[in-house]
Design a protein around this ligand. Sequence first.
Ligand code: ADP
Ligand code: MG
Length: 224
Amino acid sequence: MNNYILEFKDVWKTYHMGEEKINALAGLNLGLENGSFTAVMGPSGSGKSTFLHVAGILDMPDQGVFRINGKETSKLSVKEQARLRRDEIGFIFQRFNLMSQLTALENVMLPMLNEDSSKAREILDRMGLQGKYDKRPSQLSGGEQQRVAIARALINEPSIILADEPTGELDSKNAHSIMKVLRDLNQEDGVSIVVVTHNPTSAQVADHIIHMGDGQIVNGNYIS
Ligand code: ADP
Ligand code: MG
């Protein structure tokens, strides 16, 4: 019995651009174990973001089987998909994707189902943002904004964090500190992490590195 948090079996995702068909995922096979910390590298257009979108139930495969925590997402209702996304998955993006009119605290509380701000404050404190609760994104540095985004991703205690080039907009010092935050979440809290990065130094922080090319994994001994 395997213990995969993410499992892809011959997964295809095709986009249509007029006459042209683009196989963003072209028979992807991959199993990532619960509690793993994986960096994903590969050239632009190799399918890294599409992979994360399927993993995060933001998109469905056209063919093949995808399971998160043993659940095959295409067999779930839209409501069940939404619940799984909310309860199990934290997403972090390159451009932070914070709501500009909301404060740091309000951004973190956005995915919450209640109005109890104590947990949001606790997580912001852990991210080193005590005293910044009431700042809006424009009043924060890039590194601080990404920490708010990480706090928001953590608020519902996800079992996995999916990060799409989270350090792409940051200088090397901030990039390293964001990778360290992810490292700690993995080691101390057991959160599974998948992080797409172009930076080899960032990738080294993960336990293993997978390389994508043309919608497939091009290295590693993963399920097939
Ligand atoms: P990466 O993140 O590695 O740069 P993507 O997953 O974004 O790669 O894209 C893989 C391929 O699929 C690219 O050729 C891209 O142009 C194409 N693609 C991605 N999303 C769409 C979309 N929504 N519509 C059409 N083509 C897309
Ligand atoms: Mg991408």
